[in-house]
Structure formats: structure tokens, C-alpha cells
Design a protein around this ligand. Sequence first.
Ligand code: FAD
Ligand code: N01
Length: 544
Amino acid sequence: MAETLPDDTLDVVIVGAGFAGMYALHSFRDMGLQAKVLEAGSDVGGTWYWNRYPGARCDVPSVEYSYSFDKDLEQEWNWTEIMAAQPEILEYASHVADRFDLRKDIQFQTRVASAAFDERSNRWQVVTEAGETFSARFCVMATGCLSVPNTPTITGQESFAGAVYHTGNWPESGVDFSGLKVGIIGTGSSGIQSIPVIAEQAAHLTVFQRTPNYTMPAANAPLKPEFLRQAKENYPNIRAEQRASQVGIVGYGFGFGGAENVEPTEEIRNTTAAERQRLVEEEGFLAIRRYADVALDEKANELACDMYRAQVSRVIKDPETAEALMPRDYPMGCKRPVIDTDYYETFNRENVTLVDLRKGGIERITPQGLSTAQGEYAFDVLVYATGFDAMTGALGKIDIRGREDVALKDYWDAGPRTYLGLQVAGFPNLFTVTGPGSPSVLSNMIVSIEQHIDWIAQCIADLDQRGAKTIEATSGAEDAWIAHVNEVAENTMFTAQSCNSWYLGANIPGKPRIFMPYVGGVGVYREKCAAVAKNDYEGFLLRA
Ligand code: FAD
Ligand code: N01
């Protein structure tokens, strides 16, 4: 193992070169700090570097899913679609890296294995898998919330004779499915985006579905030049509205470029069955967008689910397939919303078969395909669209040690504990970006990333200004914050008993069932973070 002497000149080690790590590097360098990024991949982009599967795309309007920190960058970049596809977002990330000369301080193909706080020097010692050590005053974990692909353990997995892919780790060279029989496991966002595109290319596609999802038509379209011009003019307002909003999205892309923005205002409970039926016939799935009470009230949610299922049966020709595609056992809105392009229509194709695993689950993977309790299915290529070990996965893979050699893994044994999603008690000078306990994955992530990095940067500047060497969350503040995070999540669809989402860790066997993100809203959360800083970093302990 190569080992270098710790470089004591570094102020900050940043782990990860997605949108969070890139902005962190830019910000810290701007403050005159010595910062270095360590990234496992061979280029910038994070999510958009790894998730190159066919159909991968953002579901936030492009003009909103972009950095706001540089006005010239905002003006010079031209998005081409209401919601950008993966190649365009990756190109944007690359453009940002070029424009701000970021790559010179990013070490690629470098996976961090451990990070330990040395109490004598008050420095973090960050060690890579290759054995290289970096020492810095601060460590910023910009490791991503959806960056550790989850491949379920299935008997016989290694015996499959064909190629195997995971949507979250797609080959850079792409995959040509022409003439091939393909099997895909998973119908979350990644499955729902990729299934229609793979079906168009493959000779045959077999979709293995364990739980049917709720998904809305994306209504994506090319951006009209006039819209883009207006958006650029309006950027100061758009950004201000995003920051004050619930989820960091204004919906600005809709209404101008093609898709319509409908403000939910009506109460579904005040409608009759006949009215709902008529609306489904006129507007399809999108009729549900009218109703404001669906996310708040169980009965309203049930009515919306009925409308949803009515539309599934209108679109799908084969009644048995339609029934299999209808979600029934959990409320709409408890999982991450999914939007799609031609998802349901794909199941009317001759070359697509849906296997409803609720009628007989997967028993084993064989050299030729997959064996279930309801029969054998043969294919040449297997695609896992089985999601991620979300929010805590990447941190759990690094051996992180705080004061008294306490391992983060042990400290989080019963579920993640943070103060504001930014720090963990006992782990001084370690910051998590969009960590559990912050709006994070419930928001437009770029808005939340910029807020976290700005807060961390200001915090470091304040510490330096007053000569403080360390900052750490107190356990009391952590307890109070966790109680608040739980309180606001109570009685929402997110925490319904019947909900098994990755927000709750329910997709990973053995993971504690805890609702991880903060549902209080982007605007409210920003105010709380700002107040904490203003109030002399209330809830944090600063030591000279
Ligand atoms: P990431 O982009 O995940 O970057 C983290 C980086 O850290 C990765 O490059 C990884 O290689 C690196 N890393 C992790 N561990 C280590 C280690 N031990 N050593 C070295 N490097 C390490 N969000 C939205 O707001 N809107 C969307 O429409 C949206 N669409 C999405 C679509 C997909 C397919 C996925 C998977 C996620 C989507 N997200 C979306 C969430 C997305 O993850 C964020 O928007 C954003 O890109 C996260 O940026 P990040 O820098 O925090 O993390
Ligand atoms: O992962 P998921 P994803 N046997 O966990 C199934 C973001 N994203 O990659 O529901 C059989 O949602 C599992 O079944 P079940 C977004 O935040 C955004 O699709 O557990 N099936 C489920 O169907 C998103 O939420 C976009 O019963 C198994 C699927 O695999 C997040 O990333 C696009 C199984 C996993 O769904 C994750 O989405 C893509 C098994 N053993 C991703 N194990 C946008 O559009 C798992 N499954 C913005």
C-alpha cells in the first residue's frame, strides 16, 4: 500500500465530487482555504456520472435544478428541455468544473476508506483505499444520499451467464440492447424511467415488479427560447422563491415550455364519484393534481388512489396486467414521487411482459434467467433497478471515528442522529451535506446543497475569525432536533404504517426504520439554520 505523509497544509478535505463537493471546493477556495476533493469516480457529476441508464433524467425544471451561486454561469448556460436528461446535466457539471478550474484540486479514482479525528492535533486523518493519508482541519462528507447502489442478495446470483448491470452504476460506454432479451428487477424511479427506453430497443423485456408504483406523466418538452430568456431575466426572483418554498421548487419550468403547472386548490372530498370519473376521462392521471387535501388526509388520499387506478385500467389493454400495475396497499405520496414518459403505454407492447412478484416471488437466479414461484423466465441481460442504500449508505461505508475513537456506524446503530443534518455529536469539525435530519431528498437537492455549503463556509470563517479550533454539536441539541424531525413527520403519508420507502430505510434488510429527511420545508429549515448561526451557534460547542 502506498502511503504518503499527512499534508498538514490542508484546511478541508471534501469527500465526493458531485454537485455538493464541487460547490464546496469552489466556496472554500474562494475564502482562501486550502481544500482538496477525493472522488471515487473518474470525473465530476456524482449522481449524473454514475446513473447513465437509458432514460435517466431530472424531474425538477432544468432552470431550477442548477447552481445559483454565479450570475454569469446562470446566464451563459442554455438548458434545452424543461427537465434535462442525464447527458445534459453531466455536461453542465463538466462545464462548471472547467469554468471554475475545479479538477486541479480533485483527486479522482480515489475512494476514501476511513476518516478519524485526532484529538491531539484537532485534525481529521482521511485515508484512501490505496492507503494515502490526508490531514485537514475540517472534513466535509459530500458523499451523496443516493450514491451506494443496492443489489439485493438473491440465490444463484453469480451463476447468471449474461451481462449484469445496475442502473446506479451504468457503464460509461452505454449498453446496446438490440436483439437481446432483457430482464429488469425494480419499478422505482430508475426502473420506470428506463423500462420504456429499453423496451424500444430490446427484442424482449421482462419486468419483475414487487410493488406497483404511483407515477405521473412528466409532460416534458423542449424549452422554448422565449421561456429561457424570461427565466434568465427572472432568476433573482426564481431563486428567492425557491429558497422560501417547501421543497425548493417553484415549478417555473411549467406553463412556458410545454407542460402545464396546476396549483392544487380544490378538495377531493367535495367531489362526487361521477365528477371524478369525468375528470379522469378528460385529464387522465393529471386530474389528481387539482386536489390539495390528498397529501394531508387519508380519506382524500384513498379517493385519489381510486382515480389513479381508474386511469391505469383505461390505459392498459390487458385487464390482468392493469390489475398488476395498480398500487393498492399504501398511500400515494408516501414514497419519492415518480414521473415518467410512456411508462404504462409500454406494457401494451408485444415485446414486454410484466411479472407480478406478489403472485410468486423470486426464488433464484439461474444461468439462463430467473426462477420464480410462478415459473421460469429466460433472458440474455439482467438489469437491477433496485435502488440505493439511501442517506446513510455512503457514510456507513467509510470507517468514521470521532472523539474517543467512537465509530459513526456504532453511534448510528439505531438510526442516524444529527443536529440540523449538518453535524453529529462527538464528531467535531465533520460536516455532512444534505445529511439525515435536513430537507435533503425531499427538496430540489441543488438548493439544499448550496444552503448547506454556504452555512458550513460561513461557520468555518466565523471559527477562524474568533480563533476557535473546533465546533461540534451537543448531544442535547441533537436530541431536541431529532425530536423535532420526528414530530413534523408524524401523521404525514411519509410515516404511514403501510409505507415502505427508502426514506424510512425500509428497502434495506436490517436497516432501522427511521424517517430520515426533515419534512418541515426548505424555507423554514433555512431560517432555523440561520438563526442558530446568528445565535452564537446555539447547540454547538466551540472550543479554542
Ligand atoms: P452525489 O451526486 O451522489 O455525489 C457524491 C459523490 O461522492 C459520488 O460521485 C461518489 O462517487 C462520491 N463518493 C461517495 N463515497 C465516496 C468515498 N468513500 N470516497 C470517495 N468518493 C465517494 N435530485 C433532485 O433534486 N432532482 C432530481 O430530479 C433528481 N434526480 C435524480 C435522479 C437519479 C437517477 C438519482 C440517483 C438521484 C437524483 N436526484 C435528484 C438526487 C441527486 O442525488 C442530487 O440531486 C444531487 O445530484 C446529489 O449531489 P451530491 O453531490 O450531494 O451527491
Ligand atoms: O430505487 P427505488 P430507484 N426483489 O428504491 C425493487 C432518485 N431517482 O433507483 O418497492 C424485487 O425507488 C423495489 O421493490 P419494492 C429518486 O429519489 C430519481 O428507482 O421494494 N424487487 C423497487 O421497485 C428515487 O426515489 C429519478 O417492493 C426489488 C425498486 O427495486 C431514488 O433515486 C430517477 C428487490 C427500487 O426502487 C431511488 O430510485 C431515478 C428485490 N429483492 C432515481 N429489491 C428522477 O426521475 C428492490 N426491489 C428524478
